[in-house]
Design a protein around this ligand. Structure first.
Ligand SMILES: [Fe+2]
Length: 404
């Protein structure tokens, strides 16, 4: 295989217990005025207090926005941008989960370049650097502290839309496991299995012809050497710690392992991209109002099984990285069940005759569908959904065996 590798990542990653205390001095390198973005729940946590205290101790003027909400509705964006226009920050600091960090990305974008979010839905349409952004994740899941993507809710259609540009990658990722200690078990489970889906889908991403046009035309460019290395390491850390952290959320060592795995997965898929579990989750989540991680985690083993004929070596490498006791697809499926994922799509209330429509909706996420290692069409997506509806990955292995 021709060596090919791409790495676009934060300029600085600070990982470890106590690193949140560095936020003030890091922010001071960008200027005096800070827009600190979080949500109303995180705002009351000790971790947020650590960050705010560090910013004020560095002598900075801090304006706090607690307007973040799940899925980044336009009300959040409007309120936070308005505060930014009033206070003219030199740097934006985000403390929270994926929705908070994504809100901070689009706020830093709109404060730097103006306009409205729909101006930037086309990939790579952000014209230049956004305001400097320091991201501190409070969940081990989205990896948004390291990725070039923000997912928001379009104000007109109420559909989830992505803004994707290397300019959205936070300048600094400060990952302090202490900030993740308070996350409830369900959030920990769903965001943790989502991080595993980032590692695995990022590792199994389409292998594209490496050209200058490919690497410059979009931020996420498919499977490559550096993202592979990070994705395998991510999968190992997550597999070793996910069940443990769901059982005991106070286990700081397991929290640390999860946050590290989620960071590595974020850097990996930030460069390679994710794929089919994410495309299908948009339809599943829209129909059932279940969380992003519940959907990607539930769908992941079925997508892996579907892709087995195209990438048997990838599954072998993942099995080794994850110290899998047997077949890695079965291992991922069983892990999801042990951390409390629903047994099937039927178990979350989806009717079997809705699957065709969900497959048709998902094929529209071209960027994700095109990143699958095996070609996809609507019937193929429907077969994956059918196996997930029954809760039986083996339904796809029988299909793979018959197709050859
Ligand atoms: Fe995800």
């Amino acid at each position: 295989m021709t060596p090919f590798a791409v790495l676009r990542a934060p300029s600085q990653v600070l990982f470890g217990t106590g690193m949140a205390e560095a936020t003030g001095r890091v922010a001071a390198t960008y200027g005096r005025r800070v827009l600190l973005i979080t949500d109303p729940i995180i705002a009351g946590t000790p971790g947020f207090g650590t960050v705010e205290t560090a910013l004020r101790a560095a002598g900075l003027d801090v304006a706090v926005s607690t307007d973040a909400e799940v899925d980044v509705p336009s009300t959040s964006v409007d309120a936070t941008v308005a505060l930014g226009l009033e206070t003219q920050p030199d740097v934006v600091v985000a403390v929270g989960g994926g929705s908070v960090i994504d809100l901070a990305k689009v706020t830093a974008l709109l404060l730097a370049h103006g306009g409205k979010l729909s101006d930037y839905y086309t990939v790579n349409s952000v014209p230049g650097p956004i305001l400097p952004l320091i991201a501190l994740p409070t969940t081990a899941g989205t990896g948004s502290e390291a990725t070039p993507v923000a997912v928001i809710t379009d104000p007109d259609t109420q559909m989830k839309m992505g803004v994707a540009s290397s300019h959205l990658i936070p300048r600094d990722a400060i990952c302090d496991p202490m900030l993740t200690l308070g996350a409830p078990a369900t959030v920990t489970a769903h965001s943790g299995i989502d991080a595993l889906s980032h590692a695995i889908e990022g590792y199994m991403a389409a292998a594209n012809e490496p050209t200058a046009d490919l690497v410059l035309s979009r931020p996420q460019i498919g499977k490559n050497g550096l993202s592979d290395t990070l994705a395998l390491s991510a999968a190992g850390h997550i597999a070793a710690n996910l069940e443990r952290v769901v059982q005991n959320g106070d286990d700081l060592e397991a929290r640390s392992g999860m946050l590290y795995g989620s960071l590595l997965a974020g850097i990996a898929f930030g460069n390679s991209g994710v794929s089919t579990a994410h495309a299908l989750q948009f339809a599943v989540g829209a129909a059932t109002h279940t969380s992003h991680g519940l959907g990607t985690g539930l769908l992941l083993p079925y997508v892996m099984e579907f892709n087995r004929p195209a990438r048997p070596d990838d599954l072998s490498a993942l099995a080794i990285a994850m110290d899998s006791p047997g077949d890695v697809v079965e291992h991922v499926h069983a892990l999801g069940q042990r951390i409390g994922l629903p047994a099937s799509l039927a178990a979350i209330g989806i009717e079997h005759d809705a699957l065709r429509g969900m497959a048709e909706a998902s094929i529209g996420f071209k960027r994700l569908v095109d990143n699958n290692p095996r070609p996809l069409d609507v019937p193929a997506l429907e077969r994956i959904l059918d196996a997930a509806w029954h809760g039986q990955p083996a339904r796809l292995s029988e299909e793979a065996a018959s197709v050859g």
